[in-house]
Design a protein around this ligand. Structure first.
Ligand code: NAD
Length: 271
């Protein structure tokens, strides 16, 4: 699919993921389900990874994804808190799908305690999500080196890895912007840049996709109202509004892009 002087790929060819395999963690998440659909709609086989208790839901999702041509979707267990599961997830994914070309590090275990009451153990556990993302990315890199060719790794960050939250948006509602989450997402962004530089020579691109406010409809409506009033577009993002960005970063359409952070936030950070 590479562009030469005599032949330039069309934009459809650049965005086409036919024949590629994407491993996606946290697949049953509110936003991640749309990302899985986007990758499948672009032609990829998707290996849907999630914690053991979400496997039934993951399988339902896998069954519902479109499968173009020879594409086939699979499910694997993965828990960032359990390092053994990370090695096993990659081995299982390669056994089932034959290879991995794209990794989306999207899952995370939540923490709900904020700066007032978070314990040292809870804070460290939240940061362990970053450890898990790193160990999984490194394991995928080893696989790519072994099989030859390149890969695209996409770490899912957040606007809260870059900017602080407005404290008044979270008064008297369940905490949705805890300090340990900010530390986690800031770390994910920094790690993205580091790995991008070290792995560029291996043909492995590493980028971050940072969503802005995309609260699930189940969250306290007061929070949605407050956040909407602070957004230039006066509304929250919808999961499908990340589909273009994930396919762009996964595909050859972003082939000269690594170590970057793609922000999709309805203009939140442009004020
Ligand atoms: N929803 C938003 O407003 C928003 C905003 C900015 C960034 N993000 C980021 O986007 C990504 C997806 O968000 P979402 O709203 O779909 O999240 P979600 O909370 O709906 O889903 C999280 C997923 O992670 C999985 N998970 C839980 N513990 C795990 C563990 N130990 N190891 C691996 N996976 C685990 C869950 O089972 C679930 O599938 C996350 O990385 C999140 O931080 C979300």
């Amino acid at each position: 699919m590479s562009n030469t002087e005599s032949k330039e790929s069309t934009i459809k060819e650049l965005l086409d993921l036919s024949g590629k395999v994407a491993l996606v963690t946290g697949c049953t998440g509110y936003l991640v389900q749309s990302m899985c659909r986007a990758l499948a709609e672009a032609g990829a086989s998707v290996v849907l990874a999630d914690i053991p208790k979400m496997m039934e839901r993951a399988q339902e999702l896998a069954n519902s994804l479109p499968a173009a041509g020879k594409a086939k979707h699979h499910c694997v267990e993965l828990d960032y808190m359990d390092y053994e599961s990370i090695d096993k997830c990659v081995s299982d994914a390669v056994k089932m799908a034959g290879r991995i070309d794209i990794l989306v590090n999207a899952g995370y275990e939540r923490v709900t305690s904020d700066w007032t009451d978070v314990t040292g153990e809870q804070f460290t556990r939240q940061l362990t999500n970053a450890t898990g993302c790193f160990l999984l990315a490194r394991r995928v890199r080893d696989h790519v080196i072994e099989r030859g060719g390149g890969a695209s790794i996409i770490n899912i960050g957040s606007m809260y890895g870059i900017v602080a939250s407005y404290p008044d948006a979270y008064v008297d509602v369940p905490m949705a912007s805890p300090v340990a989450y900010h530390a986690l997402k800031g770390g994910i962004l920094s790690m993205t840049r580091h790995l991008a530089i070290y792995w560029a020579d291996d043909g492995i691109r590493v980028n971050c996709l940072s969503p802005g406010p995309f609260p699930a409809p189940t969250v306290d409506p007061r929070m949605i109202e407050r956040l909407s009033s602070k957004s230039p577009m006066k509304r929250m993002g919808k999961p499908y509004e990340l589909k273009g960005a994930i396919v762009f970063l996964a595909s050859e359409a972003s082939s000269y892009m690594t170590g970057q952070n793609l922000i999709v936030d309805g203009g939140w950070m442009a004020w």
